[in-house]
Design a protein around this ligand. Sequence first.
Ligand SMILES: Cc1cc2nc3c(=O)[nH]c(=O)nc-3n(C[C@H](O)[C@H](O)[C@H](O)COP(=O)(O)OP(=O)(O)OC[C@H]3O[C@@H](n4cnc5c(N)ncnc54)[C@H](O)[C@@H]3O)c2cc1C
Length: 403
Amino acid sequence: MPLLPNSAEVIIVGAGPVGLTLANLLGEAGIDTLVLEAETDQATDLRASTFHPPTLEMLERLGLTQSLIDQGMVCPTWQLRWHPSGERAVFDMSVLADETRYPFRLQCEQWKLSKLLLAQAHTRRNVQIKFDYRVAGVTQSDNGVSVDAEHNGNVEQFRAKYVVGCDGVRSVVRKAAGLSLTGKTYPGTTIIATTPFPFHEHLEEISVVSYCWHENGGHFSLLRVPSQWRTGIFPRDDMPLEDQLTPASIEEKLQEIVAKPEPYEVREKRAYTVHMRIVPTYRNSRMVVAGDAAHINSPSGGMGLNGGVHDAFCLADCLIAMLKQGASDAQLDLYDRKRRPIAYDEILLQSDKTRARMNEKDPKRRREIMDEMKAITADRARMKAHLMKSSMFEGVRRSAAIT
Ligand SMILES: Cc1cc2nc3c(=O)[nH]c(=O)nc-3n(C[C@H](O)[C@H](O)[C@H](O)COP(=O)(O)OP(=O)(O)OC[C@H]3O[C@@H](n4cnc5c(N)ncnc54)[C@H](O)[C@@H]3O)c2cc1C
């Protein structure tokens, strides 16, 4: 039966990577889907840059994996490193070759995935995307949901059977569903600065993804993408944040990594607060949340975006079973059961652990950790076990086994 104007089977709020992944999967299955996005265009700011192998496998279903690989940098190893000595524990992802077609991390800016997803969504007959529609209110009844969106100073109303909040950390859908992100906010702020300076030509055998302890007690991360390095700088406790964001202060931090006579070219800088938070349930009747709307975590280990994309694949299968195969809406409880515990155990706790390891300042404890990591990397079976977890296979497989 044709749908009424301004209606769809599923409304997705937010055209970020999670919303657009879900929209494409639903559209592919022939489900009428409307995406409402507050901004006038896609974001291209500095956000996630790491794709783990299970995510690359999932994106094969949309035929996007190879295009993403072509636009990114394959990262066959990652390392924990002591600076400036260069002592390191190197995790070689080739040990995963019998588990996956992608035994590597892919370093590629998040916006490149978003652009691929948007281009694909535009080709789908069942998917409509409306930019510049800021959702202001969502209500539900026994029969469906009603979504109010502001556009050009007016409020337009849309109806659907279900609404999915892929509207990020300040999710309006989450609030309308009466859910809150509970957990903690980490003290302090993290700064990211990007530079085209070729660190790889100056730091011996640095990996494309490297987590570094500085012998002065501080730490930093170096993550390479095709045209530049992203430096994660962890600020000092004894200086106001605004002072640490000045060009002079960032220059000083970069000079501590590789000293050079000329100043660094810094293309972009960003300071952000890091949280570890999750909703108590992923659904309230016809309202569902996914991605950052449902869980947020430390970026250490690069799991947030990946976990959101995994949510989208799982939720798509549940909605397809309901809307195309006659399954009951208990499928949405299944989505909650399959994703929420995994997000907590395998994403929030795991990235909390990675963050704590990098924050370690005690030289004795650092030595113990480095020795332990080197012992793991010297033993291929132990290294594989470690990588199965840090590359998100364990979580994805645990989730798949939940029925
Ligand atoms: C600096 C930084 C580094 C990161 N690094 C990594 C990393 O290396 N690896 C990793 O996996 N993750 C990383 N993350 C996390 C990652 O960026 C997020 O997990 C990811 O963007 C979540 O995608 P999303 O689609 O759920 O939400 P978002 O990308 O936030 O998209 C939400 C969308 O909803 C729209 N929206 C919001 N409110 C409304 C409304 N009321 N109406 C309509 N639309 C609305 C927004 O405009 C936006 O387009 C990082 C994040 C930051 C900030």
